[in-house]
Design a protein around this ligand. Structure first.
Ligand SMILES: *Cc1c(COP(=O)(O)O)cnc(C)c1O
Length: 376
């Protein structure tokens, strides 16, 4: 067996090599490196896939979140409710724009935003809620959207880990994650479920005026070249990335299915184990397993991770330090502030290799070794 990876992009590439090489070559020959036709085509195709009116590509997922916040005419000190249990980018952009992150706890089973905590965190200054569809499944959006509507708060979905996932409302209709809030944001970082061969990101919205504004902000605040209406930034998805993403978008559902199949294997292997809690699949969402994250109970998680590494099996801790404990954000955490579930999860979680190319042989190797290490 060759060296296992958390995400095996080399093997995935081998299967689409001819298509990808041809598309990249075509961009190079056309010399339309920025804003070429593939970028527009990709935006349109992704909008169709998601069922939204507008997709605005940008340079990365962090920029997408930043530009989304910039488009909302917020004032310094306005409050933005976010989970602490997320990748730092979600919260960093809030602080960067001089807004105030207000951290809420997550549910222990889904790892996503606890809706009751959101209710309690709302004040007169709350302007935005950022639900993060962590590890590949949707936040419970129906009650969240209802609360946001009641208080006239904008919802910006951080969909960087869940593109391809869906949410089903109580009336039976469903929507793609990222397509339910005022703005959805995603990342095309190579290891994401829809990843390019470099950096990339996008924003989604159904609001025409907002789409126009997001586009302007991403382009130095201009609509007409050299006439700058507002302070923006420079955030573009280059044509080579768009060309690759067009090919991978056509395979996204298949890729999500492959991840779910690997997750099913893991689930079966770890079922009913006294020391292992397998990821919960909430009934309202289609989990696309950006990560396969276990909770280890009554065993030393760091020991397990070290022993897996000795056996050449990679594993990762997402995330060793939650945002509310990061020095970067310490000014926003005062007194004896605690997020009990987030704090507990920090010491228990471990993510196993998860990608589109895992074979049964590899899955067997990973699960047997993990069970063996825990039994020692
Ligand atoms: C990856 C990620 C981002 C940021 O995306 P980049 O493209 O790396 O800037 C934001 N939020 C979450 C939850 C992510 O996983």
């Amino acid at each position: 067996m060759h060296q296992l990876q958390m995400v095996d992009l080399k093997r995935q590439y081998q299967k689409i090599k001819t298509e990808v090489d041809t598309a990249i070559q075509h961009v190079i020959e056309s010399a339309a490196f920025i804003g070429g036709p593939d970028t527009q085509h990709f935006a349109k195709e992704l909008a169709e896939y998601l069922g939204v009116k507008h997709v605005i590509p940008c340079a990365n997922g962090t920029d997408a979140l930043q530009i989304a916040l910039m488009a909302l005419d917020l004032q310094p000190g306005d409050e933005v409710i976010t989970p602490s249990y997320t990748y730092i980018a979600t919260v960093e952009v809030v602080a960067l724009l001089k807004l105030k992150p207000v951290f809420v706890d997550v549910d222990e089973d889904t790892f996503t935003m606890n809706i009751e905590s959101v209710k309690h965190a709302i004040t007169a200054k709350t302007k935005v809620i950022i639900p993060v569809h962590l590890y590949g499944q949707s936040v419970n959006m129906e009650p969240l959207l209802a609360i946001a509507k009641e208080h006239n708060i904008a919802v910006i979905e951080d969909n960087a880990q869940a593109i391809g996932s869906t949410y089903t409302f109580s009336n039976g209709t469903s929507a793609k994650t990222g397509a339910m809030g005022l703005i959805g944001c995603t990342s095309f970082f190579p290891s994401k479920n829809l990843g390019g061969y470099g950096d990339g990101g996008a924003m989604f919205t159904n609001d025409d005026a907002l789409a126009e504004k997001l586009k302007m902000i991403a382009n130095h605040g201009q609509k007409v070249r050299y006439y700058h209406e507002m302070v923006g930034c420079n955030s573009r998805l280059d044509t080579i990335q768009a060309a690759v993403l067009r090919i991978k978008l056509r395979k996204l559902d298949e890729y999500c299915y492959a991840r779910r199949t690997a997750a099913d294997y893991y689930d079966r292997a770890f079922k009913n184990h006294p020391n292992i809690i397998t990821p919960y699949r909430a009934p309202y969402t289609y989990h696309v397993f950006h990560q396969y994250t276990l909770q280890l109970v009554g065993v030393d998680r760091d020991m397990v991770s070290a022993k897996l590494a000795e056996r050449n099996i990679p594993s990762m801790i997402y995330y060793p330090v939650p945002c509310h404990k990061q020095n970067m954000l310490k000014e926003f955490v005062t007194g004896s502030f605690e997020l009990p579930v987030t704090d507990r999860l920090q010491d228990k979680v471990i993510s196993l290799p998860m990608h589109t190319e895992l074979t049964e042989e590899e899955l067997e190797h990973i699960t047997k070794n993990l069970l063996d290490i825990i039994a020692q």
